[in-house]
Design a protein around this ligand. Structure first.
Ligand code: PLZ
Length: 450
């Protein structure tokens, strides 16, 4: 047991009503102080967390199946992250890399160049948020190709800034009232095997036809895609979809950009989800799981593409902040030392048969899918493929009130996603799954009775 975990028992424990009195009191204060436009899934307020356990201000502890939306792959307060950040905070907190460079930034880039797919010469550049890195990938791709069009997909999520809102698919609540949006963004149909029944090459041909007709073969700067879609509903494209698109990019001079912000850093059973398809992207965008909870993101890719941008053309005050770099170094160290990529595969092997069994037992489940420790359960109206957001919301709420943090996702808000920290024990994983099963059985039965 690590020192942080020792201070927080790795167990689920509900000791008050849900939410408890302290959380309710904080919520009252929040309503007066915090803009109502930011919504929280949970009604409880967090006091501390370690590993795969999150404890609220009333002393209730929850099994974490969400990892802060796919961020805490190494677990919360991972010892190597805490230690490196602690050392860094005592050395210096900021210089601005544009002004005074430092070793941590260089080291993170060295690791990214080594770890991302492909043996070609690479460079990396660091930013703060996922959206910021996606924006910069687009800037880099436009500069390198001299073209402006960017192709994105149905169900995509790339961020909430102006350019990335244009790239994100779902209008409500992400885009409603916030236009006008950046132009030269084109949307193509995604491969969604449960809903389109197409093979990967068929779905790619459908997308390519639209791109060629509506944008043009010679106009595309970049095709930006999540190898496994996150917010859109944990959609794993059919085999051959990503490879066919990547080949089209190569044939036409467009850059293939993998948004690995949610699917990366060991989440899918490979370090990067695109590796399942054997594709080597021109640019890889990372964030979330890169730094154990501190804000850091990156664009990594072909040296010729990254070096093509004019000197001083990219940057930012906090980009590659030294504390975030220290956290990233602790994260990468933890992933490699603890074999967390293999662990992700193991978690997947444990989850997959259980989820398959649930799908056969409960007709409100239309599909279960995913790779490694990135799994989704899609709820439908029994006997149809019609999305069942109500069932998804009820199952989610049931799990939360019993101490298991699961997240909903999906264009139709009907997918439960499981993103446990990769350091979770089998025991907690099984226990959480038990609660999830009970939730699905309860919601299923309630529907049968109505
Ligand atoms: N690309 C694939 O998953 C962020 C969004 C939470 P930022 N996903 C969580 C919310 O509702 O805002 C995400 C992603 C993919 C880009 C992003 C954006 O990353 O760090 O939130 O900007």
């Amino acid at each position: 047991m690590t020192s942080t975990e020792a201070g927080l028992r790795q167990e689920r424990r509900m000791v008050t009503e849900y939410p408890g009195p302290r959380s309710r009191a904080l919520h009252e204060r929040r309503l007066e102080a915090v803009a109502h436009s930011i919504a929280s899934t949970l009604p409880v307020y967090i006091e501390r967390a370690a590993g795969a356990i999150v404890e609220d201000v009333d002393g209730n502890s929850f099994i974490d199946f969400g990892s802060g939306i796919g961020v805490l792959n190494v677990g919360n307060t991972a010892p190597a992250v805490v230690e490196r950040v602690r050392q860094q905070v005592e050395q210096f907190t900021h210089t601005c890399f544009l002004l005074g460079p430092y070793q941590g930034y260089v080291e993170v880039c060295e690791h990214l160049n080594r770890l991302t797919p492909g043996d070609h010469p690479k460079r990396s550049i660091l930013f703060n948020s996922g959206a910021e890195a996606v924006e910069n990938a687009v800037k880099i791709a436009r500069a390198a190709t001299g073209r402006s069009a960017v192709v994105v997909f149905d169900h995509a999520f790339h961020g909430r800034t102006n350019l990335t809102m244009a790239m994100t698919a779902k209008a409500v609540p992400n885009k409603q009232g916030f236009g006008p949006f950046a132009n030269e963004i084109y949307r193509a149909p995604m491969s969604y095997p449960f809903r389109d029944g197409l093979t990967g090459p068929e779905a790619a041909a459908r997308a390519i036809e639209i791109i060629e007709k509506q944008v043009g073969r010679d106009a595309v700067a970049a095709v930006v895609i999540e190898p496994i879609q996150g917010e859109g509903g944990f959609i794993v494209p059919a085999e051959g979809f990503l490879g066919t698109l990547a080949q089209w990019c190569q044939d036409t001079g467009a850059l293939f950009v993998a948004d690995e912000i949610q699917s990366g850093f060991g989440r899918s059973g490979h370090l990067f989800a695109i590796e399942h398809d054997g594709v080597v992207p021109d640019l890889v965008v990372t964030a979330k799981g890169i730094a154990g909870g501190l804000p850091l993101s990156a664009v990594t890719g072909r040296a010729d593409i990254l070096d093509n941008v004019q000197k001083g053309g990219l940057g930012g005050t906090y980009s590659g902040n030294p504390l975030a770099c220290a956290a990233a170094l602790g994260t990468i160290e933890t992933i490699e030392r603890e074999g967390l990529v293999a662990r992700s595969e193991q978690i997947g092997a444990l989850l997959a048969p259980k989820l398959d069994e649930l799908r056969t037992r409960f007709d409100i489940i239309g599909d279960v899918r995913g790779r490694g420790a990135m799994r989704g359960i899609e709820f439908v109206v029994p006997g149809t493929t019609e999305p069942n957001a109500a069932a998804c919301a009820e199952v989610t709420a049931y799990c939360h009130s019993r101490g298991v943090l699961v997240l909903a996702a999906g264009t139709y808000a009907n997918v439960i996603r499981l993103l446990p920290p990769l350091v979770i024990s089998d025991k907690l994983l099984q226990e959480g799954l038990g609660v999830l099963e009970e939730a699905i059985a309860t919601v299923s039965q309630r529907r049968d009775e109505n």
